[in-house]
Ligand binder design. Structure first.
Ligand SMILES: NC(=O)c1ccc[n+]([C@@H]2O[C@H](COP(=O)([O-])OP(=O)(O)OC[C@H]3O[C@@H](n4cnc5c(N)ncnc54)[C@H](O)[C@@H]3O)[C@@H](O)[C@H]2O)c1
Length: 430
């Protein structure tokens, strides 16, 4: 048996169909923005033969720029023919069809729908975080994750801290009890305001009017059905670390949040600050803080206090009788690259690999936090998970682009172009 045929013998069925001629893993990129292009670069930088065979986006220019940059670095490996570049809300289905491994890097609202399709078509997946923005997406993603297990598909999620040796070692020590029983934690993502794409500027760039749906998709971070709010879109990373330490999600949450007055129309409907207390089953609490405010303190961190010590998890140290500090050995590892190296290694060598479940649970932890701050109520995990609210626009991926963009998103502007913002105490979120 040659090295090549030994490799083929190890490939799971889904990969095998596409790899009979050689062992090249074909990649499709869905969502060709900053992170999608980065993830494709990392996938193309894994060892072993790989090739980008298809891309999908809703903005032609986005796909073109990503492909130009990828081709500059990876040459023929990123040479995607025009008829394998799909533009439109239904394009992802066709791109997925041509690949062995699919990268999903659109705004998160689309993730569950696209993951479900990739699994239905029997493809391995790298899905960026967060993977859901509401309860419907959470359940949809989890169900597809179960299906992926049955089909022996490998699933990576863009929660790259799981591929950072400092985090891995630190959290192992915490779970082994090195600071005793953990009683309190803090998770933090505070920083300045995100990018804003004002409608007028976008329309000038496009040389035409945009429909409301088109506008929101291009300014996606400011709309809940697309981003989940920044507590979901960004802060999921830190909440995920806390869940990792605790071995599961919280049982309830309560919090406060809001947004500064005078925010322009471009800021859509999301809050710009949230503070949530998450309670875990053992009674321990995590204080979570996130804001996107100019001129304020900025920090991205996770911290834990135990009965025998403390740990600054993001800086990888522990104090107390079992004091420890992480020291990088050899070459510095880039977790963004490592997560792709690990996924592709698992695919090639048929190793167990499925990050979907904790990806979904952590994403939904952040959704629970948003429900708590928007409503101003204490909300349990079970209440949140039983929510019937589904924010994804129905039939968006069944219609040709020109018709899909005429669908109404779940939130529409008033006569002044302003969007309704949640009012704690008043807003019904479940
Ligand atoms: N893991 C990390 O550290 C990390 C870092 C940055 C972003 N992200 C995540 O990556 C995802 C993408 O973020 P980004 O910064 O690249 O955003 P972006 O706006 O740069 O890119 C999103 C792309 O998706 C396209 N798109 C929108 N709807 C689509 C659809 N229905 N079908 C196909 N394409 C569609 C857009 O046109 C755009 O090109 C987000 O979920 C974000 O949270 C993760």
């Amino acid at each position: 048996m040659t090295a090549g045929s030994a490799l083929l013998a190890n490939l799971p069925v889904a990969g095998f169909v596409h790899a009979v001629a050689d062992d090249t893993l074909k990649i499709a990129l869905v969502g060709c923005g900053g992170r999608g292009a980065g993830a494709a670069d990392q996938a193309l930088s894994t060892s072993g033969p790989v090739r980008l065979v298809a891309v999908a986006d809703v903005v032609e220019e986005g796909a073109r720029v990503a492909l130009r940059n990828l081709k500059e670095k990876h040459g023929d490996k990123a040479d995607v023919p025009l008829d394998q570049q799909f533009i439109g809300f239904d394009g992802y289905k066709k791109a997925i069809g041509l690949a062995d491994v699919v990268i999903l890097a659109t705004p998160p609202g689309f993730r569950a729908m696209m993951f479900e399709e990739a699994v239905r078509q029997g493809k391995h997946v790298f899905a960026e975080k967060p993977v859901c923005v509401d309860a419907a997406g959470f359940h949809r993603f989890l169900a597809a994750a179960e299906e992926a297990k049955k089909k022996n598909l490998k699933v990576g999620i863009g929660l790259q801290r799981y591929h950072s040796s400092g985090y891995i070692e630190n959290i192992k020590r915490l779970r082994d009890g090195d600071i005793g029983q953990i009683v309190a934690m803090r998770a933090c993502w505070t920083g300045g305001p995100p990018w804003v794409h004002e409608r007028e500027v976008l329309e000038q760039q496009c040389g035409r009017k945009l429909t409301e749906l088109e506008y929101q998709v291009r300014n996606w971070v400011h709309f809940v059905w697309l981003s989940g709010d920044h507590i979901v879109e960004q802060h999921v990373h830190n909440l995920d670390v806390i869940n990792w330490v605790k071995g599961g999600p919280p049982v309830k949450a309560r919090g406060i949040g809001g947004r500064d007055p005078g925010k322009g129309k471009g800021y859509g409907e999301i809050f710009n600050h949230h503070s949530v207390e998450f309670t875990y089953a053992d009674g321990s609490v995590c204080q979570s803080v996130c804001h996107q405010q100019a001129g304020c303190w900025a920090e991205v961190s996770e911290f834990a206090v135990g009965t025998k010590g403390r740990s600054q998890i993001d800086r990888h140290w522990i104090s107390g009788p079992k004091a420890w500090r992480y020291r990088e050995q050899g070459t510095k590892i880039n977790p963004y690259q490592q997560e792709h190296d690990d996924l592709f290694d698992a695919i090639r060598n048929n190793k167990p690999y499925n990050e979907a479940e904790f990806g979904a649970t952590s994403s939904f932890t952040a959704v629970l936090g948003r429900m708590a701050t928007y409503s101003g109520k204490e909300i349990t995990w079970d209440q949140a998970a039983a929510s019937k609210v589904e924010t994804m626009v129905k039939r968006i991926d069944e219609l040709p682009y020109q018709e899909a963009v005429d669908l109404n998103p779940p939130t529409m502007p008033d006569a002044e172009g302003q969007y309704k913002v949640a009012v704690p105490g008043d807003t019904f979120v479940i």
